[in-house]
Ligand binder design. Structure first.
Ligand SMILES: Cc1cc2nc3c(=O)[nH]c(=O)nc-3n(C[C@H](O)[C@H](O)[C@H](O)COP(=O)(O)OP(=O)(O)OC[C@H]3O[C@@H](n4cnc5c(N)ncnc54)[C@H](O)[C@@H]3O)c2cc1C
Length: 396
């Protein structure tokens, strides 16, 4: 009889873990607290390291139907509007890293992961089921879900996001950090933008205490916009998403170039609306015990929530899942040992990506002499600074 894994959370990480476990010949019972599987209307960048994982799961074809493939990653000054540096993506990334650098609507990524699970008899997806606690004894892990149901399995994966209940019980390390960074996000129809505001590239606009990212998704039909500013978070932190207000955002952008201000102002007319998301994170992982203990493992934001400045949070969740597949496939080992192997092979890379994301935030938002040095380095070294071979090659 197959072993059974219980998964808390049906976000990108939870669905990826379910695919991975099914491919390792485990039965899967996934529990999502929401009443339907869905993702917010925002975009996501997937580096070649992540695309390779999805391809290994046979998802290249559905991916190809919904992605955009940006030609270039550009770094521009948010104040003057001038380009500072560029890194060719497209076929250059394929030649360097064996897979493309792509951008995708989160709902499209979520749907294609869900679709890959739909016709698998060994996978049971449960909605409206919040995992509140777990207990372990005699090689069995039992979860308690909303409605006080008790469900047994051979392993539990906590993929329940930045405010994970599974993590809280495993590590008891308090709530995530309030970073003082706020992400304004919008999605617009490119056809409804003036031509000069449309894009087929990923552009990072770097300014004092802020940055903005724009890129195409859904075959280029939509444009994703994110503006990260610094300021106090709204009081109600439990709700991740807040109706945001354009004048507030424009006040943050008052010293930026006219292109950026224009783009931001065109959002309502191009079918979009600004939403606000306070950015939360945790200090980088410091040991494998922070990713697995006994029959329980953590994955994705539950394990290593990071600032989004390397665009790799969901990517690391998908890489976690790929490693989980290898570990769960070691059918001769005890389950606890398989999970430790998973954690051992993942924690340092996740920590490195968390650290690099933090550092990027400081560089992106730099002022004074640091900003001057950054801009000069980007002008002189451009692509060499913007490429991240250790990350995209998939080694530590
Ligand atoms: C502005 C911004 C831009 C970003 N851009 C990128 C990018 O370009 N590329 C990238 O790779 N990453 C990016 N990220 C990071 C990425 O969004 C996250 O890392 C990723 O979504 C984490 O997925 P997850 O499944 O681990 O967690 P989540 O997406 O938070 O999913 C957790 C799921 O668990 C459910 N849940 C919670 N508690 C329970 C419970 N007790 N029981 C059952 N279910 C529960 C939730 O409802 C949810 O469905 C960005 C993040 C931000 C904020």
């Amino acid at each position: 009889m197959n072993k059974q894994v219980l998964i808390a959370g049906g976000g990108i990480g939870g669905l990826a873990a379910a695919i991975a476990a099914a491919r390792a010949d485990w039965d899967v019972r996934l529990f999502e607290r929401a009443s339907q599987f869905s993702e917010v209307g925002a975009g996501i960048q997937l580096g070649p390291n992540v695309v390779r994982c999805l391809q290994a799961w046979g998802l290249q074809r559905p991916l190809q139907q919904v992605i955009a493939s940006p030609g270039t990653l550009r770094a521009c000054c948010a104040v003057t509007g001038q380009e500072l540096g560029r890194l060719p993506l497209g076929m250059d990334a394929v030649h360097r890293y064996g897979a493309a650098y792509v951008t995708i609507h989160r709902a499209d990524l979520h749907s294609l992961l869900l679709e890959a699970l739909r016709n698998q008899p060994s996978v049971h997806l449960n909605l409206n089921q919040s995992v509140s606690s777990y207990a372990e004894s005699d090689g069995v892990v039992t979860i308690r879900t909303s409605g006080d149901k008790l469900i047994e399995g051979d392993a539990l994966i906590g993929a329940d996001g930045v405010r994970s209940k599974v993590r809280a019980q495993m590590l008891d390390d308090g709530p995530p950090r309030i970073t003082g960074h706020l992400a304004y996000r919008a999605m617009v129809r490119q056809a409804q933008l003036p031509k000069r505001l449309r894009t087929s590239d990923v552009t990072a606009w770097l300014g004092p205490h802020l940055h903005a990212i724009q890129y195409p998704v859904r075959r280029g039909e939509l444009q994703n916009l994110v503006v990260i500013v610094q300021g106090p978070a709204p009081e109600d932190l439990d709700r991740w998403d807040h109706a945001a207000n354009l004048p507030d955002l424009l006040a943050h952008l008052k010293d930026t170039c006219s292109y950026l201000q224009d783009l931001v102002q065109h959002v309502p007319g191009a079918g979009g609306e600004w939403r606000l998301w306070p950015v939360a994170d945790r200090a980088p992982v410091t040991s494998l015990n922070q990713m697995a203990q006994g029959l329980v493992g953590l994955l994705g934001d539950a394990a290593h929530p990071m600032r989004p400045y390397l665009a790799q949070g969901a990517g690391m969740a998908i890489e976690d899942a790929a490693e989980l597949q290898s570990a769960l496939s070691m059918h001769d080992l005890d389950v606890g040992l398989r999970l430790r192997r998973y954690a051992l092979n993942r924690w340092q890379r996740n920590a490195r990506v968390q650290e690099r994301s933090l550092r990027n935030g400081r560089i992106f938002h730099a002022t004074g002499v640091v900003r001057w040095g950054r801009d000069l380095s980007l002008r002189m070294l451009g692509s060499r600074l913007m490429d991240v071979p250790w990350l995209y090659q998939g080694n530590i």
